[in-house]
Design a protein around this ligand. Sequence first.
Ligand SMILES: Nc1nc2c(ncn2[C@@H]2O[C@H](COP(=O)(O)OP(=O)(O)OP(=O)(O)O)[C@@H](O)[C@H]2O)c(=O)[nH]1
Length: 592
Amino acid sequence: MNNMARIYFNSPCSNSNGNKMPPVWRWILLAVIIIVALSIFLPLPHIFSFHKSHAAEHLQELHYGIVIDCGSSGSRVFVYFWPTHSGNPRDLLDIQQLLDDSGKAVVKKVSPGLSSFEDNPGAASDHIKELLLYAQKYIPANKYPETVLYVLATAGMRMLPESAQRAILLDLRNDIKKDFSFIAPENHFEVISGKQEGVYAWIAINYVLGRFSHSSAGSDSSAAPVELVHSVEGETAVTHTRKRTVGIIDMGGGSVQIAFEVTDLRHSKDIPRSLLSEFNLGCQESDIEHTYQVYVTTFLGYGANSARERYEDMLIQQSESQTRGVFPLRDVCLPAGMKQSSKNDNGETHDFVGLGDYEACKRAVEPLMNLTVPCSKKPCSLNGVYQPHIDLSSEFYGFSEFWYSAEDVFGIGGPYSYEEYQSKAKEFCSTSWEVLSGRYKQNLYPKADDHRFRFQCFKSAWMSQVFHKGLSFPTTYRKFTSAQLVNGKDVGWTLGALIYKTRFLPLRDVEKLTEQLQVSSNWRHSYSLDVSFMLMACCFVVLTAIVVYMKWLKCCPRRADLSRVPSMSYFMTDQDQIEQGLQFTKGQGFIL
Ligand SMILES: Nc1nc2c(ncn2[C@@H]2O[C@H](COP(=O)(O)OP(=O)(O)OP(=O)(O)O)[C@@H](O)[C@H]2O)c(=O)[nH]1
């Protein structure tokens, strides 16, 4: 006690005047005012931040989808993901391809194609399971039950008799659900039509290029030219503007698809309904902004591998009629000196020897395009099928064979130039097989597998003829790009299939957002009432406090008097006094 200083707080009113407002009440009054003020202003940011963080959490939740493309040359699995939809009906789902830790797309291919299980359909599911086991490693296990799975087969399966298709699909439907918990009802396993395949490829590229986006945001999308679209709403013709879409040509192993938007109803009237596809990518029924009319057609048997088979059959037939079966057959579409043995559908083996003549090859494959088939309505493309005039100011993208044929061996994938392509192809075909195979062994063509390399000469001639002679693109056309990835994203038709098949998913989020907006506007209304009430209460409390304080002041001594009264006293030891040199009387306080 001796060595310590004690501090006393003396109220100015705690004198001997008989105070009517004890200090404790003053503090209570102050506390009430502070509490009332805090209760009004503190919840605002808190409530808003709660709403914001809740919404952010909701949007960050990821959803997954798996699509397996069962093509004629093999089956390939793709994994996609998307965050919860924004709830804005103008937005489509933001579907992205899943990448692994090294930034590579999660994709796996198994060969041969699903159609090769024609005689053993019970083994088809094992083939697909291998792909699913791979894909599911990249998806969080708790998401399996809400992950959608589509197994979609194309040209290879289309070429099988229906009974064989059914047997294979049945095996998949029965077996896959036993081992995997993905969402995969029966209709998620199907053989899609060529038209669907074309439309899906068209959707995929336009989606990735941002051509379906109706906002001006996004670098590529904002650079897209604007198109006037004439359509009909009810009885009236309307015109609206939106981004110009690009056309596609997709050449697989078995079939070829071409699809492009028809933006003028006057032209679409000329197009047979079977060649026109109208669809709405929006989640709401009368969504004109997302409704597109696309000319789409498919040519089964016009894919590069099927065309090669037809070509070999044609050579065999010609040789049988002309040379009475002299073998090996001389083949202008194989590199000079290359020998090739092929088995036909009857199990017969035929030998071919390459002559390496690219121009002669182009002429030789022409009859396979069936350009002389009567054309009931002009103009026609392959096989007598009507094709409206193509607007050459619009862009086209070429997929699959168009990409592999240009890129794998020639290294010129991307913007297409007729002259460059022809010169590369001519040079390749005419180079002797001995030289070419030497280069191949030195790994100078790392992207090309053995099959691609052997048939590159044929495939490049076929691709060129289909593009220019069959589909009538002039050799001067400069707006064609072969592509596999665009903006780093895979633009295969599987992405388009998922976009199309999940187009109604946002509906739930659109409804949820509308409800939330409703609730939040109600909440804001009731909250503003609360705030008004609280403010009035606060004013009342403050006014009362002022009145009480004024009354209390009257009972207090004047400030001048108070100045003589010690407000805070130190009680110090003798030692303290000496050390601080203060004038101090023992036991008496001093004014601070
Ligand atoms: N370099 C390379 N070539 C490929 C690849 N995938 C397929 N090809 C080749 O491209 C050709 C066409 O293959 P896809 O585009 O997969 O066609 P598909 O799905 O088998 O055929 P469709 O059933 O007609 O759609 C095949 O003959 C293959 O030789 C690949 O990943 N890399």
